[in-house]
Design a protein around this ligand. Sequence first.
Ligand SMILES: *Cc1c(COP(=O)(O)O)cnc(C)c1O
Length: 422
Amino acid sequence: MTTQEQLTVENADDKEAALQQLAADLDRQDPLAHYRRRFIGTETPLSYLDGNSLGRPLQRTAEDISAFIRDGWGGRLIRGWDEEWLELPQAIGDQLGRAVLGAAPGQTIIADSTTVVLYKLIRAALAAVADPDRNELVLDTENFPTDRYLVEGIALEEGLTLRWIETDPNAGVTVDQVREAAGPRTAVVLLSHIAYRSGHLADLPGITEAVHDAGALVVWDLCHSAGSVEIGLDSADVDFAAGCTYKYLNGGPGSPAFAYVNQRHLPSLNQPIWGWMGRKDAFDMGPGYEPAAGIRGFLSGTPAIFGMLAMRGTLDLIEEASMAALREKSVKLTAFAVEVFEAWLAPLGVELASPREPAERGSHITLDHRGFTKESVASLWHEDVIPDFRAPHGIRVGLSPLSTSFAEVLHGMAAIREQLAH
Ligand SMILES: *Cc1c(COP(=O)(O)O)cnc(C)c1O
């Protein structure tokens, strides 16, 4: 080995040690660090970098669910609906509004899946606009697949035109783009608050204002922001919003979604799936559909109780810790991941396909390299390092403020570097 090579190796070792030290310091100084222990599986060396697709379960959830099976379902049987369960969609919706969404009570409800909720909200928004001259729906090319497919279907159903904003895949939709796309023909604008691929955090208040200035209504998809960034739905005067609860809210696989309807729109809310649970006096089972007053009119069928019980554990934790503290940790986590990327992966030709400015991103980043394939991610999973793959060659690294540690991020990034070296 030449002296030069020797120095390079020593520098690399120093850098390695410095990052190890930094991760340890960040974990030690992290005021939320103790929450990690409340999640199942965090005592193992596994590196979980996909809590933005499916959050880890809380220890408490195992107890809550088994108590529910034993005492609630098993003990109260059908009486449970009258005693508690029928009210859960609104009760947990209100807690979610308070803890996470910045929404006053009576505007949020737990129901269906995000896909179905978005369908109902977009149709409700179109009904609220009710102007035949406004026959355009605006969305962006980087919106989540289900959002794109839904509006294609709705456009066919309602005879509407889609106006696509071409978004930079490494960034996201801007206020200027929305101002340019929305106008006198626009009925509804549908956007994601955080881009599912790049992690770009859209300017929700600014874009909402731009949509309103154009005389249109906005529907926000909050799947990647609920539980990762502070959201002020009421203060931004958002019209409609929807999101998942199995990502940062840890409701478990397939837990029901949430819908937010601004109280301004509630008196005339007209959603398209008229079921008995959304009817006034559901158990009268009377003739003809008459919507229940308020947000309850958004329901269609029987609510999914299991997933709601699981998410309640996370909502309690968020209320205890505060969304502001979660956001602060999230920013530190993604900033640390970017720092490790700079040190280890950028020299190998990996690119950051996410905003560099922490204020412009949510709680995940995407790393891009031709060497990243489905197979390489499968082999990471085999080693208990779990990011996810986004075609054509992205690895998405998702960091959950309540359950991810800095050491876990470093361990995962080291495995990604090893993978690339092979
Ligand atoms: C995860 C996700 C969805 C998923 O919708 P489902 O109906 O739960 O499958 C929708 N939109 C966005 C932006 C997502 O990230």
